[in-house]
Design a binder for this molecule. Structure first.
Ligand code: CA2
Length: 152
């Protein structure tokens, strides 16, 4: 986990789920050439420009993602989450997002609606404030913009 403290609008938790550590190493036609480190840097830079700090975590383990969401209650002002394949399987992540009652933006790098049918349903979307799909890694910056506009 990395943290950046530069500002006073509070901290955005940037969560990336399973296999997103492989970004930039395979399947560039779907996910582009940016690495996970690039994504965390561009998101942190956008957040900093808008007055937020970030805490970034990628995990391949559902429980670690759940723990991070729980820990965000009281420490973060919002969550940006790309839950990877757990998006399509995890009632537990949905319950955690609903439970902490923090504004949350769901991001997917690819346009999941143009892909296999099993990627069309998200367990998370109904408990998120906004959903950004298919904008590539720019989606993370768009999510920061959402918080810049909507948070006091
Ligand atoms: O489009 C997205 O951001 C996804 O959340 C990415 C997930 C996929 O399961 C979702 O349906 C959509 C997969 C992330 C795997 O990322 C890789 C990157 C490079 C090479 C292999 C996997």
């Amino acid at each position: 986990m990395t943290s950046s403290h530069a500002a006073d609008r509070g901290t955005l938790l940037i969560l990336n789920g399973p296999n997103l550590n492989l970004l930039g190493t395979r399947e560039p036609e779907i996910y582009g050439a940016s690495t996970l480190a690039d994504v965390e840097q561009l998101t942190t830079a956008a957040a900093k420009a808008a007055g937020f700090s970030t805490t970034c975590l990628q995990s391949n383990h559902e429980g670690a993602l759940l723990d991070a969401i729980h820990a965000a209650r009281g420490t973060a002002v919002g969550i940006i989450i790309n839950a990877g394949a757990y998006t399509h399987t995890s009632v537990a992540l949905r319950d955690a997002i609903a439970g902490v009652e923090l504004p949350t933006v769901e991001v997917h790098i690819s346009n999941v609606h143009k892909r296999e049918e099993f990627r069309h349903h998200s367990y998370l979307s109904a408990v998120c404030n906004a959903v950004i799909v298919g904008a590539g890694v720019h989606g993370y910056e768009l999510a920061v913009s959402y918080f810049a506009k909507t948070l006091a």
